[in-house]
Design a protein around this ligand. Structure first.
Ligand SMILES: Cc1cc2nc3c(=O)[nH]c(=O)nc-3n(C[C@H](O)[C@H](O)[C@H](O)COP(=O)(O)OP(=O)(O)OC[C@H]3O[C@@H](n4cnc5c(N)ncnc54)[C@H](O)[C@@H]3O)c2cc1C
Length: 318
């Protein structure tokens, strides 16, 4: 299939492992890094509608399978990472890192501190309704600018985004280009202190120096239709994994972290099949132990290598 010629780099057969936090997986048929919004829309308008497209952020919630991704992977970069403050609103490009947005907002006296410890980009945060310490994208995001698969610019209001727990209704091949957040006012120094405290809490409880993709499985119950977790009812995935005796469980180079049993880590040399296979084994064993079937939070995309015995289904979008 011949592809349009954009201004930004378009690379064939590009390995994706180095673009993900877990450092595993095969190549994308194509990796496109649009120069700017016009480049992105023009490319999608000219692209054969039958060609699958996959938007990728900084790969902090992704397992790319070993057989790679038969798609044009679109990764936004410099042309999409601006952060602007307008009154009590923060307008962030989709490639801006959550932590940078939290810091810029805090300097301006706006509280988006919940983003500080989430290692993704704004595009991934919107798609996943990312959240931390009791606050979610859904609580603050009032509007999203996106480009649909036909290359049209689209604006979506909060209500149209269909946010739920670690979920939005955004079609899988639409590219978020920016998001607008509202935030409460507070003293910058108090926000700095809050972020420092959150970082310390995270460092104490998560294997932050390991290669992971954050929480592997969703917490099974106790969240309301707004997507807001109710801590009083919530069953924690880590506790179910721990009770099933799977803290520290291994397969090849993959391990359920000793420090936080819901973090799947690449201890070095793991394949995507090791990681996904261990995750599936954990789901099976937790189900046998508790009757609860854990749901993946990590997105798994692409083709399994033929020898892995895994299928390419589950929550795969491509
Ligand atoms: C150490 C660690 C801690 C973490 N802690 C948290 C946490 O506290 N809370 C939390 O919610 N998550 C957490 N995560 C998970 C992860 O950081 C979030 O899910 C994050 O929002 C993913 O963003 P990303 O840019 O890495 O997206 P990716 O992993 O690249 O992609 C994730 C999904 O977003 C989509 N996507 C990415 N960019 C775009 C775009 N521009 N337009 C449309 N779709 C897009 C992709 O198609 C994919 O479906 C953690 C991860 C790690 C490694």
């Amino acid at each position: 299939m011949s592809l349009p010629t954009p201004r930004g780099p378009l690379t064939a057969n590009r390995p994706l492992a180095d673009l993900t936090w877990l450092r595993v997986g095969g190549p994308a048929d194509w990796l496109f890094q649009p120069a700017d919004l016009d480049d992105l829309t023009g490319f999608l308008q000219a692209l054969d509608p039958a060609q699958p497209v996959f938007p990728m952020g900084v790969g902090s919630n992704l397992i790319v399978r070993d057989g790679g991704l038969h798609a044009v992977v679109i990764r936004l970069g410099r042309g999409f990472n601006s952060i602007a403050i307008e009154g009590d609103r923060v307008i962030a490009g989709a490639a801006a890192l959550d932590a940078q947005v939290a810091r810029r907002a805090a300097e301006a006296g706006l509280d988006l501190t919940f983003l500080r410890t989430i290692p993704g980009s704004i595009g991934g945060a919107v798609r996943m309704n990312a959240g931390c310490y009791g606050a979610y994208v859904a609580d603050h995001c009032v509007e999203v600018a996106a480009v649909n698969r036909a290359g049209e610019r689209v604006r979506l209001t909060q209500g149209e985004l269909g946010f739920a727990y670690r979920h939005s209704a955004l079609p899988a091949d639409w590219i978020v280009t920016s998001a607008t957040f509202t935030a409460a006012r507070a003293e910058p120094a108090a926000l700095e202190a809050k972020m420092a405290e959150q970082l310390a809490r995270r460092d104490a409880s998560q294997p932050v120096k390991e290669r992971s993709a954050g929480s592997t499985f969703r917490n099974p119950a106790g969240y309301s239709s707004t997507g807001k977790a109710d801590d009083s009812q919530e069953l924690k995935a880590w506790a179910l994994i721990d009770r099933a005796g799977l803290r520290g469980a291994r397969r090849g180079g993959a391990q359920m972290s000793e420090k936080h049993p819901n973090f799947l880590i690449n201890t070095g040399g793991a394949s995507a099949a090791d990681l996904e296979g261990l995750g599936e084994e954990v789901r099976k064993r937790v189900f046998q132990h508790t009757g609860l079937l854990l749901e993946w939070e990590i997105m798994r995309v692409g083709e399994a290598a033929p020898s892995s015995g895994l299928t390419s289904e589950n929550n795969s979008t491509v």
